[in-house]
Design a protein around this ligand. Structure first.
Ligand code: PAF
Length: 283
């Protein structure tokens, strides 16, 4: 497994692959890898000749009061997991590499960031869009894999790939859950024992909504009220949003007729967790 620490090294590596007519699949991450990331690598591995993983905690996607300084990291373990998953090369740039002195450019989208997480994290998606654009230009992949747990991020990436004419196929990876249903996230590491129990309110709410919709409930307000009461019955939960929206545009819907995205964000102490499900009333 090659480890590339600078932009020119990574670009040179990718150019050489292209010269050999080898395709590249890319999985960008912020490290502290868990089974969710591994599933993205497993999904990407058979799609191309080589698999590139990046590990970079991108400062521009964190707001001033967010967890940039405490974001968990374990590079040694990450490299061991990447090797085991069959990664061909790891791109491990530092901040200076990605954002050199006098760096000035930002990529921002007009509509998708106005919903869901974007409402409470106003700088987040511009930071994600900017770093992913840069990583695409550096790694030059043919395919890139992003997890569906960050559904809004996935939509933002799909849109920017289209808008900026990247010739990259975007592949969505399933949400990977712990045995009890909690969606895997590097941020789960912050949870205390009691918060970990309350965190199950998110995945349980998705199941509850699925059942109500399957029984014929079409009114998102009625379901939202039930879910709200349910989540609030767990200690330390602070609901940020419960949204029934159009899976493509992320706009709120007022009647559940077709496939709907139910997205939830809840704060447990200082830790903010998100989860979502695509629910089809006809199934
Ligand atoms: O999903 C993440 O880990 C990050 O948002 C990403 C896509 C690597 C950009 O920093």
């Amino acid at each position: 497994m090659d480890i590339l620490k600078t932009k020119p090294e990574m670009q040179e590596w990718s150019k050489n692959k292209k010269k050999e007519s080898k395709t590249i699949c890319f999985v960008p991450t912020m490290g502290y890898l868990h089974q969710g990331h591994i599933s993205l690598m497993e999904k990407g591995k058979p799609l191309c000749d080589s698999l590139v993983l990046s590990i970079f905690v991108n400062p521009t996607q964190f707001g001033p009061n967010e967890d940039l300084d405490s974001y968990p990291s374990d590079i040694e373990n990450d490299l061991a997991l990447a090797k085991k998953a069959g990664v061909t090369a790891v791109f491990l740039p530092n901040k200076q590499n990605i954002y050199p002195e006098n760096y000035q450019t930002e990529i921002s989208l007009q509509y998708l960031p106005n919903f869901l997480c974007g409402k409470s994290r106003p700088v987040h998606f511009a930071g994600v869009a900017t770093v992913v654009t840069k990583l695409f230009n550096i790694v030059m992949p043919d395919v890139a894999v992003f997890g569906q747990k960050d559904y809004q991020q996935l939509q933002v990436i799909r849109q920017l790939t289209l808008d900026l004419d990247f010739n990259i196929k975007i592949v969505a990876g399933d949400i990977i859950r712990e045995k009890d249903g909690l969606a895997m996230s590097s941020r789960n590491a912050y949870l205390s024992k009691s918060q970990r129990t309350s965190a199950l309110s998110l995945s349980k709410s998705l199941r509850l909504a699925g059942k109500l919709i399957a029984r014929g409930e079409k009114n998102p307000v009625a379901i939202r009220n039930e879910i709200e009461t349910f989540i609030q019955s767990f200690p330390e939960t602070n609901i940020e949003y419960i949204s029934f929206c159009n899976p493509a545009t992320l706009e709120d819907i007022d009647n559940i007729e077709n496939q709907v995205l139910l997205a939830i964000a809840v704060k447990l102490g200082k830790t903010r967790l998100i989860d979502n499900a695509l629910i089809d009333p006809s199934q």
